[in-house]
Write a protein that binds this ligand. Sequence first.
Ligand code: F0G
Length: 473
Amino acid sequence: MSQDRAYQMCINPDCAATFSLTDVVFSCPKCGSLLDVRYEWERLAVPAKLDFFEHRWATKGLGAEGRLDFSGVWRFRELLPFAPAESVVTIGEGRTVLERNDRVGREIGMKPGGLYLQYEGLNPSGSFKDNGMTAAFTLARVLGRQRVACASTGNTSASVAMFAHKTDPEMQGIVFIGTGKIAYGKLSQALDYGALTLQVEGDFDACMRRVKEVADRLGIYLMNSMNPFRLEGQKAIMYRILEARGWEVPDWVIVPGGNLGNSSAFGKAFAELHALGLVPRIPRLAIINATGANTLYTLYEKQGVRWNGGRMTNAEKVGQLYDKFDQSGYKPHTIASAIEISRPVNLPKCLRALEVMNGVVREVSDEVILEHKAMVGRYGFGCEPASAASVAGLHVLRDEGVIGPSEQVVCILTGHELKDPDATVKYHTGVDMKSITPPAPRPTYGKYANNPIPVADNLAAICAALGEPAIEG
Ligand code: F0G
């Protein structure tokens, strides 16, 4: 890998300031915009065709190159060539599965062969975050950092905590989580992996503000997705989808939107692949907010905020909305705690991705999220609530006719079902739907509910519960 041909660049086209890879800047010191990792592709060895990558799939991780081939991120190292091979920190992330799922597809109005589910919950720490963390930890190691930190709704902290103690030399992982805002599966991971866990009195947005201050002032390396190296790793989710589809580009990619790192990374992946002539076309993108945390939906669909080549249309609406949040004391609220975020740090990059991928944004209620989560559980491998927003969003877009029944759609399932077993058990055993936002738009709630049946400790009762005649004796 040729790290001397990579650099960082401000995404604001009127600034376009450049920085070296080892300059630790998460926003442009000149204009305050986010930064991209950029490459001098013409001076790099980029494969002529994507099928070049296939031979690496079977590698079991032996030897120096094998270690990289085993990773579902570094297998594609020519497409994120920013670090020398020996610096790469990998724990076997990204060995995930794309499943054609006709049964979920049928439930939401897709023809057979139309719906694919990408299970990022199969990563080592149980969420898509590991794709980004392998890249950010690699840079932290290049920089010789010993302490890394993040704000998190749970999955980022689990991933940071795991990578921190797996990196050689070991780093200290410091995680900022909001009080009462994190699913237990995720909290248990941060604790078990030994992260210094700060439970801040406040929500994710408060944690994000604080961790940025602390990173700036104490020189701790920031692992949130405003770190542009995170997004380089997350591009690989798109590479794997293409690979699993024999390099055929789908019509749509659908992803939940929280801090908007994933969607930003997907847009960058396709912009680069297209510019390199490695894909004939770019799929459309749908980003799905929870109704109780719908900043992107409000700004993009209701208020017409657009990237517009970097000279944003209606940019002032962003500040106005945030002022309104401050004045009214608004706090986001959704059962999909992973995406309970009101000030997404990657908003500009996400708007750029929406432009590159001709995207749309939708919002879905908690009730609809839970229903679709249960559907994925019933017919697939399961996922956590935020992840099901992608399938719920597809349902909305099918009902609207924006997505046709025969289109090829990939929904990203961002996190593992066991991250948040509480939400699952509540769904199946009954939850007071009035306590979640907003009121039910669909009357179908509970279609997949699967209550445990209380049964006495005797054979007759058990046979009766199984619908069988009683067994004698
Ligand atoms: N799905 C899951 C399971 C997540 O954990 C997150 C983000 C998202 C979707 C949203 O992704 O931020 O790229 O738009 N979780 C972060 C965290 C914020 O701290 O774990 P995004």
